[in-house]
Write a protein of this length. Structure first.
Lengths: 411, 432
């Protein structure tokens, strides 16, 4: 009798990614200097965030440094359904991306630097209001991840630096949606909750080329990391008569974090002005399908394969920094990121779109050892799409606002 | 950290800043919805789950449509509301999903009656004093009965003061309709099909009160004369309703021993059975021995007594009586009727400048399974999520889909911009 509930569950697969910054489910909030400059800065040697942006540049930072960076992120999404004209809003909590960098040189060799970077390039919660029209596709997705990256950076010569960091990633996912099965007593809907943790390994490598005093280049590669959820817990809350059709139990799933190749340059037209331009090429095409394998399958609960069909995408980032005084720096930037998602595959957990982001920021040296950086990012995205799997059709608009602050200590 | 405060403060300010949309325009075009009258049979009345009941009425497509009109312009839509339990013409209450134990002592999820009897007060009370109703659909109303005096249907008798001088159509016209919909003809087809094609069908041609064409024309002419604009709903292929598709023609599954013993009985009259699935044995008076095996494409009706099939040899040693099956020949007659009725509806819509809503295509999409906002819907019994538990009439989700099909047509035909109903907010099948 319930055989065809199967198909309903097939749609269950809409999952991981994020209503996030930058592209797809990637968040580029790893340092206030770069954040204030449109996300550019691969060829900069401003602070410890180079461990993330370009390990090859880290060796060119003269002193030891510890920096802490926090960017409360606010994303408000609204969905206008194409035919009912109903509006739905996200009620997502504040995102809390942070990063911490420590960069040290060994006593006997100033050309070799060791670093440790801890950062959260994926980590926010998308939650749609109760009863919204897409609740059978997605109610809430929480994704937390933390990257640990021990790094070695070596200054081969005054011109060239090489660096590589190994990445270990720990992630946590929790996904909730409604099931179109109603309870007898109050007509409320069944729910599904998938929760799991994952581990992954990768690396981050870069070359820094100090061409002249006024011209630098950078080339970096961050590898793909497969986040595998091996023993996730699937919890189905359904009417008692259907419990054997939807057995709660283990599931496995995998989310690929794509590789990124980046090219960056920095120009100093004057002593006080610095211009940075980065180009990222992210190989999103690895995210073509999102699958869920349930340990126990029933006629109603089959493994799922949901097409995502992401495509590789470019991002261009342009930023400027001006030394107003010896202690005070002003920054501004803009970036354009192509969306990796096609119109037919846009989902409410990542209603991504081509986007232009605007950033400003400043840096202030309180003492010779202590400095602060702050930035502000604003972007608004709009995407009109019909998902071919769920047929959810309408326009997503999202405003993202991310003020951030960073504390640096050099010694 | 002053900055942190600032950041948090600006964040709080930001939280209240939601993306702005320029909302799409909504208007009624040339439709005047001041007084919307719905004419039809069971499905339009909100008859569902095997009885005329409150939930069905509250979620009839006519009610849903009026609610969508209300988003633009306030109007009232009166229905002769009954109780949750409801009643049908056999005196039964509505169906719910429950547990049923069959003759083999196997318990399974199955439609069961909400109550041992229906709510008889529905039929005994006359509610005509409440005024005129906008939903003038009467459960099981044939198109030929719309303008009949003394129409002897208890669901009509309860809403009319004097049936001897007032027809359903009279009441509808008396309510000064400005807009109307008709879903007429499906109940005629169903009356024939659910009898196993043993009753007399309403002929396509013929005058009002006799044939489909004359009767429907009379309705439309009256509405046009009353100055109402309207929409005619055509007829789906009812043979794809779960009532006709749930029980397979070849549900007779037997082992070698059973096959041998059946063959020893039936081989002499030219019938043979094989191990595995076989067509059930049905009554067919055109065969020399009055019985034969069912053929692919033939249908068994949902009303067949399943215990008789499972435990007492119906369809195996005893044939299935004609009233529980549709043969290929009968199916052809029914499909031909639907085609002819729909041609009449299309040409009447065309002649009178009335919108035509293609339910035939909509139901085809149920049959082929479609996805709406992450929910998969089909015409499968119970699990399909579109039909109610009687397998003939739609559940609220299906009703909302009809309302949207009508809106889509009004938006085109009458240059309206009426928002669709959010199908996912309507109740589906409730499980224990």
């Amino acid at each position: 009798m319930t055989q065809h509930l199967t198909k309903k569950l097939l749609l269950f697969a809409a999952l991981f990614p994020l209503l996030s910054l930058s592209q797809g489910y990637q968040v580029n909030l790893q340092g206030q200097v770069s954040q204030a400059m449109g996300g550019a800065g691969l060829a900069m040697t401003e602070d410890g965030s180079s461990l993330f942006f370009n390990p090859g540049a880290s060796a060119f930072i003269e002193k030891n440094e510890v920096s802490l960076n926090f960017t409360p992120t606010f994303a408000n999404g609204t969905f206008l359904e194409a035919k009912t004209n109903n509006l739905a809003h996200t009620v997502s909590p504040m995102g809390t991306p942070f990063s911490a960098y420590g960069l040290f040189h060994l006593k006997d060799s100033s050309s070799l630097k060791l670093g440790m970077a801890v950062y959260t390039p994926f980590g926010s919660t998308v939650e749609w209001e109760d009863g919204w029209e897409g609740r059978f596709a997605l109610k809430r997705l929480q994704l937390m991840s933390i990257f640990f990256q021990p790094t070695v950076s070596y200054k081969i010569s005054d011109k060239i630096g090489l660096g590589v960091g190994l990445i270990y990633t720990y992630g946590k996912v929790n996904l909730q949606k409604d099931l179109p099965l109603q309870f007898e007593d109050d007509g409320s809907y069944g729910t599904a909750e998938l929760a799991g943790t994952s581990h992954g390994f990768g690396y981050n490598a870069g070359i820094y080329f100090n061409a002249t005093d006024k011209l630098k280049f950078a080339l970096t590669y961050r590898s793909r990391i497969d986040m595998n959820v091996k023993k996730g817990q699937a919890i189905f809350t359904v009417p008692a008569s259907l419990e054997d059709k939807f057995p709660s139990g283990e599931f496995s799933a995998s989310l690929p974090l794509p590789s990124v190749v980046s090219l960056g340059t920095v120009v100093n037209p004057t002593d006080k002005l610095l211009l940075a331009l980065d180009i990222n090429y992210t190989n999103w095409s690895v995210y073509d399908t999102l699958g869920f394998d349930y340990a126990v399958n029933t006629e109603s609960l089959e493994d799922t394969r949901s097409p995502r069909m992401y495509e590789a995408a470019f991002a261009f980032r342009l930023g400027a920094q001006y030394d107003v005084t010896d202690k005070f720096k002003a920054r501004i930037g803009v970036s354009f990121a192509q969306t990796p998602s096609l119109d037919d595959y846009v989902t409410p957990e990542s209603p991504d779109a081509d986007r232009i982001s605007y950033t400003i920021g400043l840096g202030y040296a309180i003492t010779k050892k202590i400095s602060l950086d702050a930035s502000l990012l604003y972007t608004q995205l709009e995407r009109e799409a019909t998902n071919q799997e769920t047929q959810l059709s309408g326009t997503f608009k999202t405003i993202v606002f991310a003020p951030g602050i960073q504390f640096n200590y050099t010694f | 950290m002053k900055f942190t405060y600032l950041a948090l403060l600006s964040g709080i300010v930001f939280i209240s800043c939601k993306p702005k949309f320029e909302m799409p325009e909504e208007h009624l075009g040339t439709v005047n919805v001041t007084n919307y009258i719905a004419l039809g049979g069971s499905n339009t009345a909100g008859f569902s789950d095997g009885a005329f009941n409150l939930k069905g009425q509250e979620n009839s497509y006519a009610q849903i449509l009026s609610e969508q009109f209300n988003r633009i312009e306030t109007s009232t839509f009166n229905q002769s509301l009954v109780s949750e339990m409801g009643i049908n013409l056999d005196g039964n209450s509505k169906l719910i999903v429950g547990y049923k134990t069959d003759c083999n002592d196997e318990e399974s999820l199955s439609p069961v009656r909400f109550n041992s009897t229906g709510d008889n007060s529905i039929l005994s009370a006359n509610v005509s004093s409440l005024g005129l109703f906008n939903n003038m659909a009467i459960p099981e109303m044939s198109v030929t009965d719309v303008n009949t005096l003394n129409y002897n249907n208890p669901f009509y008798q309860r809403i009319v003061a004097d049936a001897s001088s007032t027809s359903v159509l009279d009441l509808a016209v008396a309510n000064n309709p400005t807009f109307y919909t008709t879903q007429l003809g499906e109940d005629d087809i169903l009356a024939f099909a659910t009898s196993g094609a043993t009753s007399a069908p309403t002929p396509t041609n013929g005058a009002a009160g006799v044939g489909f064409e004359g009767s429907l024309e009379e309705v439309i002419t009256s509405m046009v004369a009353a100055g109402a604009k309207g929409a005619l709903l055509n007829i789906p292929n009812v043979l794809n309703h779960p009532y006709f598709t749930t029980i397979p023609y070849n549900g007779l599954e037997i082992d070698a021993e059973q096959a041998e013993s059946l063959n020893s009985v039936f081989n002499p009259i030219g019938l043979s059975f094989q191990v595995g699935t076989n067509g059930f044995l049905i009554e067919d008076t055109s065969e020399p021995f009055g019985v034969r095996k069912m053929l692919p494409g033939e249908k068994i009706l949902l009303t067949i007594p399943l215990d008789s099939v499972k435990c007492y040899g119906m369809g195996i040693t005893n044939y299935i009586p004609d009233r529980y099956s549709l043969t290929l020949e009968e199916i052809e007659v029914i499909e031909q009727m639907i085609t002819e009725y729909n041609q009449v509806i299309a040409s009447l819509a065309n002649q009178n400048g009335v919108a035509l809503v293609d339910l035939h295509s909509l139901y085809k999409s149920f049959h082929n399974e479609t996805v709406y906002n992450g929910v998969s819907m089909s015409s499968d019994f119970i699990s399909g999520g579109t039909f109610s538990l009687d397998g003939l009439n739609l559940n609220p989700i299906g009703q909302a889909k009809i309302a949207n099909a009508i809106i889509e047509e009004l938006n085109t035909f009458y240059n309206a911009a009426i928002p669709f109903a959010d199908v996912t907010t309507y109740p589906g099948i409730i499980f224990p």
